[in-house]
Design a protein around this ligand. Sequence first.
Ligand SMILES: [Zn+2]
Length: 140
Amino acid sequence: MYVCSDCISSPTARQFVRAKGGAGTCELCARAVDLCIDNREMAALFLAILKMYGKPLATSPTAGWTLADVMQKDGLVVFSDSVPIEGRNRFLNDLLKSPKIKAEGWWTSPFGSDMYYKDMFNEKATYSLSAFLASHIKTP
Ligand SMILES: [Zn+2]
């Protein structure tokens, strides 16, 4: 899926699009743009996050939150506000690369109440992708 830097909010991911992107049509906002990239090229950037979220509890079309919903509730800022949840999940499915694990499943936060409640009680508590990576992933 081709995505443009306008549909991405994370400074880390935007920088990636600016460095490696080319002209094309964004599949999230349907605009022809100078800078967009096949999101699978960003897979390494999202690997640690997706590993942390793991797998959906169940696949249920009627209950629970999708992966994109849970990431938003955790305050993990990846996408621009204009990108609908459905588009975010399509983006994540490309990175999950699995016929069995779908972003539309029933997901929960691996952070438990830690990040979720922070978000619930403080609407301004959001975490940028780069800050998230810096605080949750140990680099050697
Ligand atoms: Zn776009």
